[in-house]
Write a protein that binds this ligand. Structure first.
Ligand SMILES: Cc1cc2nc3c(=O)[nH]c(=O)nc-3n(C[C@H](O)[C@H](O)[C@H](O)COP(=O)(O)OP(=O)(O)OC[C@H]3O[C@@H](n4cnc5c(N)ncnc54)[C@H](O)[C@@H]3O)c2cc1C
Length: 82
């Protein structure tokens, strides 16, 4: 639902890709997300994230367990606690 709303320009989304040591070269990402039970645990620091105060969803780019670059959508209520 979130993805289709963004593609149809009904919602904005924050992009949290850039890190201090990884800009356009996302192979240098250091943020890690792991699933623990029913929860995702995200460790890392992002910068240049546009629109975070707008209550929009956040699309965060991270390294998964197998070191693969992946995307996770964070709902506004969770993003406020970050
Ligand atoms: C107005 C604005 C808004 C932004 N909003 C967001 C946002 O909402 N979310 C977000 O995540 N980021 C955002 N950014 C950050 C933007 O995406 C980064 O600036 C971008 O990823 C480039 O990273 P960098 O500045 O660290 O440059 P670098 O990644 O250090 O790149 C510098 C130069 O090196 C080149 N380069 C990089 N890696 C390689 C490589 N492996 N081989 C050869 N050449 C390479 C690049 O092409 C570039 O010319 C924003 C930036 C601006 C200016």
């Amino acid at each position: 639902m979130v993805v289709s709303d963004v593609l149809n320009a009904k919602k904005f989304i924050c992009l949290a890709i850039t890190e201090a040591f990884a800009g356009s070269d996302v192979a240098g990402l250091q943020t890690i997300a792991t699933k623990e039970g029913n929860e995702w645990v995200i460790n890392g620091t992002k910068k240049y994230v546009l629109y975070p105060p707008c209550g929009s969803n956040t699309l965060i780019m991270y390294l998964g367990g197998s070191q693969m670059v992946s995307l996770l959508i964070i709902l506004p209520s969770v993003a406020e606690q970050m």
